[in-house]
Ligand binder design. Structure first.
Ligand SMILES: [Zn+2]
Ligand SMILES: [Zn+2]
Length: 248
Protein backbone atom coordinates (compact mmCIF):
# COMPACT_ATOMS: atom_id res chain seq x y z
CA UNK A 1 0.00 0.00 0.00
CA UNK A 2 1.43 3.36 -1.02
CA UNK A 3 1.03 6.23 1.38
CA UNK A 4 1.05 9.47 -0.50
CA UNK A 5 2.31 11.46 2.46
CA UNK A 6 5.48 9.34 2.56
CA UNK A 7 6.27 9.85 -1.11
CA UNK A 8 9.14 12.30 -1.65
CA UNK A 9 8.01 15.20 -3.83
CA UNK A 10 11.04 14.76 -6.11
CA UNK A 11 9.65 11.43 -7.32
CA UNK A 12 6.97 13.19 -9.30
CA UNK A 13 9.58 14.71 -11.60
CA UNK A 14 10.90 11.40 -12.88
CA UNK A 15 7.47 9.95 -13.60
CA UNK A 16 4.95 11.07 -16.19
CA UNK A 17 2.20 12.92 -14.37
CA UNK A 18 -0.88 10.69 -14.16
CA UNK A 19 -3.47 13.43 -13.94
CA UNK A 20 -3.78 17.14 -13.51
CA UNK A 21 -3.57 18.48 -9.97
CA UNK A 22 -7.03 18.80 -8.55
CA UNK A 23 -8.01 22.46 -8.18
CA UNK A 24 -9.31 23.69 -4.85
CA UNK A 25 -13.00 24.44 -5.11
CA UNK A 26 -15.81 25.89 -3.00
CA UNK A 27 -19.40 24.70 -2.68
CA UNK A 28 -22.60 26.79 -2.37
CA UNK A 29 -22.75 27.88 1.30
CA UNK A 30 -25.81 30.09 1.67
CA UNK A 31 -28.04 29.04 4.56
CA UNK A 32 -25.17 27.31 6.41
CA UNK A 33 -23.40 28.59 9.54
CA UNK A 34 -20.28 27.77 11.56
CA UNK A 35 -18.23 24.72 10.56
CA UNK A 36 -20.90 23.60 8.13
CA UNK A 37 -20.46 26.89 6.30
CA UNK A 38 -16.64 26.81 6.39
CA UNK A 39 -16.73 23.23 5.10
CA UNK A 40 -18.38 24.60 1.97
CA UNK A 41 -16.90 28.05 1.42
CA UNK A 42 -13.24 27.32 2.24
CA UNK A 43 -11.36 26.30 -0.92
CA UNK A 44 -10.43 22.62 -0.67
CA UNK A 45 -9.30 19.86 -3.03
CA UNK A 46 -10.35 16.34 -1.97
CA UNK A 47 -8.55 13.32 -3.40
CA UNK A 48 -9.43 9.69 -2.56
CA UNK A 49 -6.58 7.41 -1.50
CA UNK A 50 -6.44 3.74 -2.42
CA UNK A 51 -7.15 2.65 1.14
CA UNK A 52 -10.52 4.44 1.41
CA UNK A 53 -9.17 7.57 3.14
CA UNK A 54 -9.00 11.05 1.57
CA UNK A 55 -6.37 13.75 1.22
CA UNK A 56 -7.81 17.23 1.73
CA UNK A 57 -5.71 20.14 0.50
CA UNK A 58 -6.59 23.55 1.90
CA UNK A 59 -4.91 26.95 1.85
CA UNK A 60 -3.84 26.27 5.45
CA UNK A 61 -2.44 22.77 5.07
CA UNK A 62 -2.97 19.25 3.80
CA UNK A 63 -4.77 16.68 5.95
CA UNK A 64 -5.86 13.06 5.78
CA UNK A 65 -9.52 12.27 6.52
CA UNK A 66 -10.89 8.86 7.46
CA UNK A 67 -14.69 8.97 7.27
CA UNK A 68 -15.10 5.47 8.67
CA UNK A 69 -12.98 6.15 11.77
CA UNK A 70 -14.33 9.74 11.98
CA UNK A 71 -10.83 11.19 12.07
CA UNK A 72 -8.86 13.99 10.47
CA UNK A 73 -5.19 14.84 10.97
CA UNK A 74 -5.87 18.58 11.37
CA UNK A 75 -5.27 20.32 14.76
CA UNK A 76 -8.94 21.26 15.06
CA UNK A 77 -10.00 17.64 14.99
CA UNK A 78 -7.17 16.42 17.24
CA UNK A 79 -7.59 19.07 19.95
CA UNK A 80 -11.34 19.66 20.07
CA UNK A 81 -12.56 16.20 19.19
CA UNK A 82 -15.15 17.83 16.96
CA UNK A 83 -16.22 17.05 13.41
CA UNK A 84 -13.90 19.43 11.58
CA UNK A 85 -14.64 21.19 8.29
CA UNK A 86 -12.44 18.73 6.35
CA UNK A 87 -14.35 15.69 7.53
CA UNK A 88 -17.60 17.51 6.77
CA UNK A 89 -16.40 18.53 3.32
CA UNK A 90 -15.48 14.95 2.43
CA UNK A 91 -18.94 13.74 3.55
CA UNK A 92 -20.65 16.44 1.48
CA UNK A 93 -18.64 15.59 -1.64
CA UNK A 94 -19.42 11.87 -1.25
CA UNK A 95 -23.15 12.62 -0.84
CA UNK A 96 -23.07 14.88 -3.92
CA UNK A 97 -21.34 12.21 -6.02
CA UNK A 98 -18.23 14.34 -6.54
CA UNK A 99 -15.90 11.68 -5.10
CA UNK A 100 -16.28 7.92 -4.51
CA UNK A 101 -17.39 6.59 -1.09
CA UNK A 102 -14.68 4.80 0.98
CA UNK A 103 -15.75 1.37 -0.34
CA UNK A 104 -15.93 2.58 -3.94
CA UNK A 105 -13.53 3.57 -6.68
CA UNK A 106 -13.98 5.90 -9.63
CA UNK A 107 -14.34 4.22 -13.00
CA UNK A 108 -15.44 5.00 -16.53
CA UNK A 109 -18.61 3.84 -18.31
CA UNK A 110 -17.77 1.45 -21.17
CA UNK A 111 -20.50 3.00 -23.34
CA UNK A 112 -20.34 6.78 -22.83
CA UNK A 113 -17.01 7.24 -21.05
CA UNK A 114 -18.77 9.10 -18.23
CA UNK A 115 -17.46 8.91 -14.68
CA UNK A 116 -19.13 6.40 -12.39
CA UNK A 117 -18.37 4.77 -9.03
CA UNK A 118 -18.16 1.02 -8.47
CA UNK A 119 -17.49 -1.19 -5.43
CA UNK A 120 -13.73 -1.01 -4.75
CA UNK A 121 -12.96 -4.68 -5.41
CA UNK A 122 -15.36 -5.27 -8.28
CA UNK A 123 -13.58 -6.19 -11.49
CA UNK A 124 -14.79 -6.35 -15.07
CA UNK A 125 -16.32 -3.72 -17.34
CA UNK A 126 -18.35 -0.89 -15.83
CA UNK A 127 -21.46 1.03 -16.87
CA UNK A 128 -22.97 4.29 -15.61
CA UNK A 129 -26.55 4.32 -14.27
CA UNK A 130 -27.85 5.48 -17.63
CA UNK A 131 -26.30 2.60 -19.60
CA UNK A 132 -26.60 -0.21 -17.08
CA UNK A 133 -29.35 -2.85 -17.18
CA UNK A 134 -30.80 -4.68 -14.17
CA UNK A 135 -32.32 -8.16 -14.07
CA UNK A 136 -35.98 -7.85 -15.06
CA UNK A 137 -35.61 -4.66 -17.14
CA UNK A 138 -37.59 -4.53 -20.38
CA UNK A 139 -35.32 -3.52 -23.27
CA UNK A 140 -35.45 -3.23 -27.05
CA UNK A 141 -32.83 -4.71 -29.37
CA UNK A 142 -31.54 -1.92 -31.62
CA UNK A 143 -30.92 -4.37 -34.45
CA UNK A 144 -34.13 -6.43 -34.56
CA UNK A 145 -36.38 -3.91 -32.70
CA UNK A 146 -37.67 -6.85 -30.63
CA UNK A 147 -38.49 -6.60 -26.93
CA UNK A 148 -36.48 -8.60 -24.41
CA UNK A 149 -36.21 -9.03 -20.67
CA UNK A 150 -32.74 -8.79 -19.15
CA UNK A 151 -31.75 -11.81 -17.05
CA UNK A 152 -28.32 -10.80 -15.85
CA UNK A 153 -24.97 -9.19 -16.62
CA UNK A 154 -22.41 -11.84 -17.53
CA UNK A 155 -19.64 -9.73 -15.97
CA UNK A 156 -17.55 -10.13 -19.10
CA UNK A 157 -16.61 -7.98 -22.09
CA UNK A 158 -18.06 -8.60 -25.54
CA UNK A 159 -14.72 -9.83 -26.85
CA UNK A 160 -14.40 -12.34 -24.00
CA UNK A 161 -18.00 -13.61 -23.63
CA UNK A 162 -18.59 -16.64 -25.83
CA UNK A 163 -21.86 -17.98 -27.16
CA UNK A 164 -22.74 -21.68 -27.23
CA UNK A 165 -21.04 -21.95 -30.61
CA UNK A 166 -17.86 -20.73 -28.87
CA UNK A 167 -17.72 -17.42 -30.73
CA UNK A 168 -17.01 -14.17 -28.89
CA UNK A 169 -20.09 -11.92 -28.80
CA UNK A 170 -18.07 -9.07 -30.33
CA UNK A 171 -17.34 -11.11 -33.49
CA UNK A 172 -20.95 -11.34 -34.64
CA UNK A 173 -21.66 -9.07 -37.57
CA UNK A 174 -24.79 -7.68 -35.90
CA UNK A 175 -22.55 -6.46 -33.05
CA UNK A 176 -20.03 -4.66 -35.26
CA UNK A 177 -21.42 -1.26 -34.26
CA UNK A 178 -21.00 -1.88 -30.52
CA UNK A 179 -17.80 -1.69 -28.50
CA UNK A 180 -15.94 -4.97 -28.03
CA UNK A 181 -15.05 -3.77 -24.51
CA UNK A 182 -18.72 -3.37 -23.50
CA UNK A 183 -20.19 -5.56 -20.75
CA UNK A 184 -22.43 -8.35 -22.01
CA UNK A 185 -26.01 -9.03 -20.88
CA UNK A 186 -28.04 -12.21 -21.10
CA UNK A 187 -31.67 -11.67 -22.13
CA UNK A 188 -34.74 -13.52 -23.40
CA UNK A 189 -37.24 -12.41 -26.01
CA UNK A 190 -40.72 -11.66 -24.67
CA UNK A 191 -43.77 -12.52 -26.73
CA UNK A 192 -46.13 -10.06 -25.11
CA UNK A 193 -46.32 -6.95 -22.95
CA UNK A 194 -47.58 -7.19 -20.23
CA UNK A 195 -45.75 -10.41 -19.62
CA UNK A 196 -48.02 -13.46 -19.59
CA UNK A 197 -45.29 -16.09 -19.28
CA UNK A 198 -44.88 -17.67 -15.88
CA UNK A 199 -41.51 -18.43 -14.34
CA UNK A 200 -41.34 -21.95 -15.79
CA UNK A 201 -41.82 -20.61 -19.31
CA UNK A 202 -39.28 -17.85 -18.80
CA UNK A 203 -36.79 -20.45 -17.58
CA UNK A 204 -37.32 -22.58 -20.68
CA UNK A 205 -36.63 -19.73 -23.09
CA UNK A 206 -33.49 -19.61 -25.14
CA UNK A 207 -31.05 -17.05 -23.78
CA UNK A 208 -29.16 -14.57 -25.94
CA UNK A 209 -26.10 -12.43 -25.31
CA UNK A 210 -25.87 -8.73 -26.19
CA UNK A 211 -23.32 -5.92 -25.81
CA UNK A 212 -24.77 -3.36 -23.35
CA UNK A 213 -25.53 -0.53 -25.76
CA UNK A 214 -27.35 -2.76 -28.25
CA UNK A 215 -30.17 -2.90 -25.67
CA UNK A 216 -32.25 0.25 -25.27
CA UNK A 217 -34.06 0.67 -21.92
CA UNK A 218 -37.86 0.54 -22.20
CA UNK A 219 -39.13 -0.12 -18.67
CA UNK A 220 -36.95 -0.68 -15.64
CA UNK A 221 -38.06 -3.39 -13.20
CA UNK A 222 -40.58 -4.75 -15.74
CA UNK A 223 -40.27 -8.43 -14.70
CA UNK A 224 -37.89 -8.16 -11.75
CA UNK A 225 -39.66 -10.75 -9.58
CA UNK A 226 -40.13 -13.31 -12.39
CA UNK A 227 -36.47 -13.01 -13.33
CA UNK A 228 -35.34 -13.30 -9.72
CA UNK A 229 -37.27 -16.57 -9.37
CA UNK A 230 -36.15 -17.78 -12.79
CA UNK A 231 -32.49 -17.30 -11.91
CA UNK A 232 -32.91 -18.75 -8.41
CA UNK A 233 -34.42 -21.86 -10.00
CA UNK A 234 -31.60 -22.28 -12.50
CA UNK A 235 -28.71 -21.90 -10.07
CA UNK A 236 -28.28 -25.28 -8.31
CA UNK A 237 -26.69 -27.58 -10.85
CA UNK A 238 -28.24 -25.57 -13.66
CA UNK A 239 -24.92 -24.29 -14.94
CA UNK A 240 -25.42 -25.75 -18.43
CA UNK A 241 -28.67 -23.89 -18.86
CA UNK A 242 -27.34 -20.45 -18.03
CA UNK A 243 -25.66 -19.76 -21.35
CA UNK A 244 -27.34 -21.48 -24.24
CA UNK A 245 -26.93 -18.27 -26.06
CA UNK A 246 -26.44 -17.35 -29.65
CA UNK A 247 -27.12 -14.24 -31.62
CA UNK A 248 -29.20 -13.54 -34.68
ZN1 LIG B 1 -9.79 18.40 9.79
ZN1 LIG C 1 -22.71 5.60 -19.72
Amino acid sequence: MTHTRNTPASNTKSRPRRRAVRQKTTLPASGFVGRARRARENPMAVRPLRDGRYVVETDGGTYVVDTEADTCTCPDSAIRDAECKHLRRVRIEIADGLIPAPDERASVCAVCGGRTYVPRFESGPVLCDRHDHAPGDLVRDRETKSLLVVLRATGDRADRSRTESDRPVAEYETNADYGSHEPVFEAVYVDSVPLVEDVAELRAKKRYLFPASRLVPVESGFAREQVRRTLAGSLPGGESRTTQATLG
